[in-house]
Design a protein around this ligand. Structure first.
Ligand SMILES: C[S@@+](CC[C@H](N)C(=O)[O-])C[C@H]1O[C@@H](n2cnc3c(N)ncnc32)[C@H](O)[C@@H]1O
Length: 254
């Protein structure tokens, strides 16, 4: 039996709960023994908690992301998907990710690295790392395969280990020292990706990658626009902000 369960409210909100056989407080659900509550509840079945009917869901990546513990701003599926495909991350790779933050991107990386991959994360702020590491522990219990994981405490430029990486992903406010310290650790043909919320950060990433001897392959922004059915038939873009997440930059060691 998995050690975590996913419970979905009617409007889609997901709770990830640890299956502890004791009466404890579960955020958003109340004080209860979740193991007793879910003893006869299979995936796809409903359970009444307080006034709410909750459906037991499988603990797949989208559920773990929707119900993840959060502190630092996370990288969303839109940008995570691009990182994985443009960097070509997959089984057997060794990948360096900094900062870990809430572990949003780490969950996506862990899912595709499988048991033969190695995920190395770095994070200087323990209050952020605590949240990111909790999310990774949950994922390890729920995924069929999970990579070797090494976590390093500190600024990545100070703690980058003596390993070779097929891919490095940097999401932090100041990229230059990290790029200069990490670029020598790329395998030939390996790539660095940077996540930069502002144009000045993006420019700094571009210049720093060139200074580090890398070739910038692509820099830009990914636009995502959601559509839904209208009451009178047909589909149209949903109302709401057309949001910006960050600029992405990819550079290769040649
Ligand atoms: C926006 S958060 C990362 C979020 C993460 N990518 C996610 O998807 O959940 C940025 C993190 O970078 C960390 N950070 C800042 N400078 C860093 C550095 N030089 N090396 C490693 N981490 C750093 C911060 O403490 C913060 O937790």
């Amino acid at each position: 039996m998995a050690e975590y369960a996913a419970l979905m409210e009617n409007e889609g909100r997901i709770h990830i709960v640890e299956l502890k056989d004791e009466v404890v407080k579960h955020k958003g659900l109340g004080v209860l023994n979740i193991v007793t509550l879910l003893a006869d509840i299979q995936i796809g079945e409903e359970v009444l908690v307080g006034q709410k009917y909750l459906t037991r869901m499988p603990t797949r990546l989208p559920e773990l992301i929707a119900g993840m513990a959060r502190r630092a701003q996370t990288i969303s599926a839109k940008d995570a998907g691009s990182f994985i495909t443009r960097l070509g991350v997959g089984s057997g790779d060794t990948v360096l990710e900094a900062g870990l933050g809430s572990g949003g991107l780490s969950l996506h990386l862990a899912r595709v690295l499988g048991s033969s991959g190695h995920l190395v994360t770095a994070e200087p702020r323990t209050e952020h790392a605590d949240v990111g590491l909790l999310n990774l522990v949950r994922a390890e219990k729920c995924f069929a395969e999970f990579p070797k994981h090494t976590h390093l405490e500190g600024m990545v430029e100070d703690v980058v280990p003596d390993l070779e990486f097929e891919a490095i992903i940097l999401d932090m406010p100041v990229h230059r020292p990290a790029i200069l310290a990490c670029a020598p650790k790329l395998t030939f043909g390996g790539r660095i990706a940077c996540y930069a919320p502002t144009t000045s950060q993006l420019e700094d990433c571009w210049k720093s990658c060139e200074e580090a001897g890398l070739v910038v392959e692509w820099a830009g922004e990914l636009m995502e626009r959601q559509w839904s059915p209208t009451s009178k038939g047909g589909m149209r873009p949903v109302n709401g902000p057309f949001g910006h997440t960050a600029f992405l930059l990819f550079a290769q060691k040649r």
